[in-house]
Design a protein around this ligand. Structure first.
Ligand SMILES: Cc1ncc(COP(=O)(O)O)c(C=O)c1O
Length: 366
């Protein structure tokens, strides 16, 4: 037997549930809905598909390691300089480079409980103590407590805005007050995987891509609003110092040329983006009305998902299973440290309807 380092052996890996293709295997449902991974159920941007098809026959050539074309386009979109942008294999890919690039043994990461599960996994993987404040009573990041947890060993702070899985958001003023009081030797990672939805749903969603402080890095992804989760493409915007450091450490030929092309196409596809956000806005409203009617305790969300608190893990499990038995797959949140809650992605109108109908049915059985 090959001996593993203790931190790797102890790792409980990120389990996104059953392979989604097989969840309903052997069942004969008239209609089903996969609402478990905050994907874009509208599909993939047609312009991204066309752009990928255009480069497929060039797959024998290595990708541009500096990703100049896509970074140039992103710089234009965000009205900033190319050397403030990095692209990676999803925002997860960039997160993993951050740990390699900035952390030394003994350094700690500070954040919140009830946030993005990949950060728990990556800190364990990298042997980094993960110091977590509790969520507020509203399931939001508690920035005051997070600030108090910062100490001499803190290397970075991770903020997820809006937060997956709770959906809560940190507003502009609160975020800026926080960012401005963090010492410059501490990296502030602001994960904005759902920014395109939040911008539509909130008046005071902060535009952190405009912050140009030496210690701030914003992460964005093409996986959600752009519908490219399977392609693996994300980007970061930060100071030139942070970006240069990450560029030194990242695997040379990432992301793939297919992913880079997809990003180019997706950024052109305003029609797809508009449809995505309007479908989400309508779906969220549909959920809120239904959840109010069903007297459920849910959190107002600024992403493409809504979290419901069922009070106990037992009840959450029953609801999850009841929905699964009726053709609807949602996400249990034990790995997110919220075992009494369920997260439901906003799907297409018919999928939202199905969820509501089946949820009402399941609740009657409890
Ligand atoms: C908050 C947050 N960050 C990052 C990601 C991962 O994004 P990517 O697919 O770009 O790695 C997700 C996906 O669920 C997420 O919810």
């Amino acid at each position: 037997m090959i001996e593993l380092p203790e931190n790797i052996a102890a790792l409980e890996s990120y389990k996104p549930g059953k392979a989604v293709d097989n969840v309903f295997e052997g069942k004969d449902f008239k209609q089903t809905a996969i609402l478990s991974s905050n994907e874009n159920n509208l599909g993939t941007s047609p312009k991204a598909i066309a752009a990928m098809q255009n480069v497929l026959s060039n797959s024998f050539v290595y990708p541009d390691p500096s990703g100049m074309k896509l970074r140039t386009k992103l710089a234009k979109k965000h009205n900033t300089e190319i050397n403030r942008i990095i692209i990676g294999d999803g925002s997860d890919g960039i997160l993993s480079v951050i740990f390699k690039a900035f952390f030394k043994p003994g350094n700690e990461l500070v954040s919140s409980k009830g946030s993005f599960v990949a950060v728990n996994v990556m800190t364990k993987l990298n042997n980094i103590p993960y110091i977590q404040a509790p969520l507020t009573a509203e399931y939001a990041f508690d920035l005051d407590t997070i600030y108090k947890l910062i100490g001499p060993k803190t290397k970075a702070v991770y903020l997820c805005n809006p937060n997956n899985p709770t959906g809560a958001m940190i507003g502009r003023e609160e975020l800026m007050n926080f960012v401005n009081k963090i010492p410059a030797n501490i990296l502030i990672i602001i994960d904005e995987a759902y920014a395109e939805f939040a911008t539509e749903l909130a008046d005071d969603y902060p535009d952190t891509t405009e912050i140009n402080l030496p210690n701030v890095l914003t992460l964005r992804t093409f996986s959600k609003a752009f519908g490219l989760a399977g392609v693996r493409l994300g980007y970061g915007i930060g100071s030139t110092f942070i970006i240069e450091t990450l560029m030194k450490v990242k695997l040379t030929f990432t992301p793939s040329s297919i992913a880079q092309a997809a990003g180019m196409g997706a950024l052109e596809d305003t029609e797809f983006m508009n449809k995505t956000v309007s479908t989400n806005n309508e779906g969220i409203e549909h959920y809120y009305k239904a959840f109010d009617r069903l007297q459920l305790k849910y959190v107002k969300s600024y992403g493409n998902f809504v979290m419901i608190d069922f009070g106990t893990e037992e009840k959450a499990l029953k609801v999850f299973q009841g929905l699964l038995d009726r053709g609807v797959f949602v996400r249990l949140l034990r790995f997110f440290q919220l075992p009494h809650c369920i997260r439901i992605t906003v799907g297409l109108p018919d999928e939202c309807k199905l969820l509501v109908e089946k949820l009402a049915e399941v609740l009657k059985t409890l």
